[in-house]
Design a protein around this ligand. Structure first.
Ligand code: ARG
Length: 494
């Protein structure tokens, strides 16, 4: 049996190898078998296939091992599966498997089904990374650390606050995956090649058996669309962009120049020549893989651009980029979660760094506005000048403030002074963060509440994830039960 049939003469081996999707079809093989099961259940329900034939097909599908051998000569797993069925049951029976369906609706269905699981895996990895961040944040609710802009010390924050910023970005990544899931989980089956089919296939029945939430309604859209795939890669890429920024900070913070953290040996490597070296190789690779995943996004987008409707083999070329992106993102996030969970934090180095560089100077400006009625821009100028003098003389800002405030403030038409201890207290990093009043700011007083909020968020996201996972497993069981029923039915009648 050959689908080229009497229509075409033999294909060149090289062309077959070039066009075959077998090297990447292993990923969807199990799903392809399931699609065949559900479709056969629908065919027998609408009496398009005799029970005996359906039973034989069901028995075959239950027994087949969904694998692709490297080097197997076939256009794809869809064709190989049918060939195996024909070899086992004869074309008189197995030849009904593809009544009313095409590889076009089948592959779109199988990719969507396999992607569901990949989305749940990535989602879980995001939650695990968030959980790791949360645990470190809980231990460091009031550890003072410099906050940076332009990679220059800017204003003190707490370590918890900094880590929660990463946490929240990842939270949106999880949210995006949750929103993507129902768009992916729609059934193309019944679209057949592109137009639908005269064979009465109950689309809702097949959709339900495959655990889909509903139909990709338009049959041409069902076989042509891969926006779900691009969107999934975009979600993976966004998570990786977020992860890469965290990974980059781990690398910086682990350097002697910062000395803020030390990554665990379990996630570090040494050098072949420099025996003293300890390199943050996991974080480095996460940073790099963000680029790889972005590459998959660019590749898939470029492949799909301007492909005319409906199915073209171009679509096949996009699929491996999907798996690569989802797998790279999932593994990277899992690895990163491990590095965060095991890293040690040098709180002393962090707070020492936070008290250098006058990073609390704005507190002095705000004080001048409040107590002396100058505008913020005037106060900003006064403090700017004091900082310049302080750094020129190498004398602490609080002392310069008390010595020179009268002179500098007089330039702005108001002569006033400040004593050194008031200035020192205003400029103290701990006092600085404690004075923050805006919600969502770095005041350690807010930490307990903010952390509790995040714990709840992770728990509810995890609950949603679990529910989707168990729904998937339940639908798989239902499908297997329906297929076994079909396989048994005739045997008991015999
Ligand atoms: N191997 C194809 C893919 O992965 C399956 C569909 C092929 N359809 C076709 N008409 N050649 O997209």
């Amino acid at each position: 049996m050959d689908i080229r049939g009497p229509r075409l003469k033999k294909q060149s081996d090289a062309a077959l190898e070039f066009t075959s999707s077998m090297p990447s079809d292993g990923r969807i093989a199990r799903q392809v078998v399931r699609v065949n099961m559900a479709h056969m259940v629908a065919l027998v329900r609408s009496r398009e296939v005799a029970e005996e034939t359906a039973s034989a097909c069901a028995g075959f599908l239950l027994s087949v091992s969904p694998t692709t051998e490297p080097g197997a000569k076939s256009e794809d797993y869809h064709q190989q599966l049918e060939q195996e069925a024909v070899d086992s049951l004869g074309v008189g029976k197995a030849g009904f498997l593809n009544l009313g369906k095409s590889r076009n609706d089948q592959v779109a269905s199988a990719v969507r089904m396999e992607l569901r699981a990949a989305i749940l895996d990535l989602w879980e990895a995001v939650l695990d990374l968030q959980t790791s961040l949360l645990k470190v944040a809980e231990r460091h609710a009031s550890t003072i650390i410099p906050g940076y802009t332009h990679l220059q010390r800017a204003q003190p924050v707490t370590l918890a606050h900094h880590l929660l910023a990463h946490f929240d970005a990842l939270g949106r990544d999880a949210e995006r995956l949750a929103q993507l899931y129902p768009r992916v989980n729609q059934s193309p089956m019944g679209a057949a090649a592109l137009a639908g089919t005269s064979v009465p296939v109950d689309r809702d029945l097949v959709s339900g058996l495959l655990g889909f939430d509903g139909l990709v309604r338009n049959s041409m859209d069902a076989v042509s669309s891969r926006d779900f795939l691009v969107e999934a890669i975009a979600c993976a890429a966004t998570s990786m962009l977020d992860a890469s920024r965290l990974a980059e900070e781990q690398i910086l913070w682990g350097s002697k120049e910062f000395g803020f953290i030390e990554l665990d040996d379990a996630y570090s490597a040494s050098s072949s020549i420099m025996p003293q070296k300890k390199n943050a190789v996991v974080s480095e690779l996460v940073r790099a893989k963000a680029g790889t995943v972005l590459g998959s996004f660019a590749a898939a987008g470029a492949i799909l651009k301007a492909v005319p409707y409906s199915y073209n083999l171009d679509l096949q070329e996009a699929t491996p980029h999907l798996w690569r992106a989802m797998d790279d993102a999932t593994t990277s996030l899992r690895m990163l979660a491990g590095t965060v969970a095991t890293m040690s934090v040098n709180a002393d180095a962090m707070s020492a760094a936070a008290s250098e560089d006058d990073s609390t100077a704005v507190a002095l400006a705000n004080y001048i506005v409040k107590t002396h009625g100058l505008s913020f821009r005037q106060a900003h100028s006064i403090v700017g000048e004091l900082v310049r003098v302080s750094s020129e003389k190498g004398v602490p800002l609080s002392r310069i403030a008390s010595a020179q405030m009268p002179r500098v403030s007089a330039k702005f038409g108001k002569r006033f002074s400040i004593d050194e201890s008031t200035a020192r207290s205003l400029l103290d990093p701990t006092n600085f963060v404690k004075a923050i009043s805006t919600s969502g700011g770095a005041n350690p007083r807010f930490a307990a509440d903010e952390l509790a909020r995040r714990r709840k968020e992770v728990a509810s996201s995890r609950a949603k994830l679990r529910k989707l996972g168990s729904r998937l497993r339940a639908s798989e069981k239902r499908l297997l039960r329906a297929t076994s029923g079909l396989a048994r039915e005739v045997k008991t009648k015999e």
